[in-house]
Write a new protein. Structure first.
Length: 275
C-alpha cells in the first residue's frame, strides 16, 4: 500500500513539476514568405534562412546580412541570430545596435563566452566608460553561477535533480538495509538543494526575459533631465551604446532611468531601446 501511494504521489509531482519548469525561448531557423528590398536587387526572395544571412556576412555584405537577420528575428528570438546581427552591425560601425543585439543574445544564453567577449569589445568603442560596481564576493559568485547556464538548462537540471530526489526517497523509505537508507537520505538532501537552486535560478533568468527593464542609449547623445520635459534641468549627458536601467516605465514619451552608480534622471523614450 505504501508503494502504491508513493508512486501515485510521484506521478502527480512529476506532472505538476514539469508544467512550470521549462521555458524555451529560442528559435534557430525560420522562414519568411517574401521580402522586397533594394539589398536583394529588388527581387522577391522566399524561404529566407539564417544560412543565407551567414553567407552574406562571410562575403562582407553586412548590409544584406543585417537585413536578413532582422527579418528572421520577426518570427522569433534566437541567441545565435542576435549574436550574428550584432557582429554585422559592429562591422558597419553601428556600435549602439551591436551592443543592443549582443545584450539580447546574452539574455538568451548568459553563459556564452563568445557573446560576452564581443559585447565587451563593442562596449570599448563607446564614449561612456562604465566602472564596475564593487560587490561582495558571494554576490558576484552567485550571479556568475546563475549566468553560467540558460533558463532552459537550469530548468532541465531542476527536473533531473527532482527525479533523482524521488529515487533517493524511495531507497530511504523502502530499503531495509541501513546503508541504503543512509545513502538515500543524504542523496535526497543533496538533490533537494540542487532542485530548489536550479528552479530559483531558472525563475530569475525567466524574470529577466519576461520583464525587461534594461535599455541601450541609441542616440549619439542624450541629455538626462531632472523632470520628464525638455524644460527640466540638465543633469548629465549619455552617449550611444550606454546601458541603463528603466526605473519608471509609466509614461509614454519619457522614461526615468538609473545608472550603475545610482544616478537617476529622465530621457525621451525614443532615445533608448529596451533590451
Amino acid at each position: 500500500m505504501k508503494k502504491i501511494l508513493f508512486f501515485t504521489l510521484l506521478s502527480i509531482s512529476i506532472a505538476c513539476f514539469g508544467q512550470d519548469s521549462l521555458f524555451t525561448d529560442s528559435v534557430q531557423t525560420v522562414e519568411i514568405d517574401s521580402i522586397h528590398s533594394s539589398a536583394f536587387s529588388n527581387a522577391q526572395v522566399g524561404d529566407v534562412t539564417k544560412a543565407e544571412g551567414d553567407s552574406a556576412y562571410i562575403k562582407n555584405n553586412y548590409a544584406l546580412s543585417t537585413l536578413i537577420y532582422e527579418h528572421l528575428l520577426k518570427n522569433g528570438e534566437s541567441a545565435e541570430v542576435y549574436y550574428n546581427l550584432g557582429n554585422s552591425y559592429y562591422k558597419i560601425g553601428e556600435i549602439a545596435k551591436a551592443v543592443l543585439n549582443y545584450e539580447r543574445a546574452l539574455l538568451l544564453q548568459p553563459g556564452n563566452s563568445d557573446i560576452r567577449a564581443n559585447l565587451e569589445i563593442a562596449r570599448a568603442k563607446t564614449v561612456d566608460k562604465v566602472e564596475a560596481t564593487p560587490e561582495i564576493f558571494f554576490v558576484s559568485w552567485t550571479k556568475a553561477l546563475i549566468n553560467s547556464r540558460s533558463v532552459d538548462a537550469w530548468a532541465a537540471w531542476g527536473i533531473a535533480s527532482f527525479i533523482l530526489l524521488i529515487i533517493a526517497l524511495y531507497f530511504f523509505i523502502f530499503s531495509k538495509e541501513i546503508l541504503w537508507k543512509k545513502t538515500g537520505f543524504i542523496s535526497g538532501i543533496v538533490f533537494l538543494i540542487i532542485t530548489i537552486c536550479s528552479n530559483l535560478f531558472a525563475s530569475e533568468l525567466k524574470e529577466r526575459l519576461v520583464n525587461r527593464d534594461d535599455a541601450i542609449v541609441m542616440n549619439p547623445s542624450v541629455t538626462v533631465r531632472s523632470t520628464p520635459s525638455e524644460g527640466g534641468t540638465s543633469l548629465f549627458i549619455l552617449h550611444e551604446g550606454r546601458k541603463v536601467s528603466i526605473k519608471d516605465n509609466s509614461m509614454k514619451e519619457w522614461k526615468e532611468i538609473r545608472l550603475e552608480d545610482g544616478k537617476v534622471g529622465w530621457v525621451p523614450t525614443n532615445a533608448i531601446e529596451v533590451i
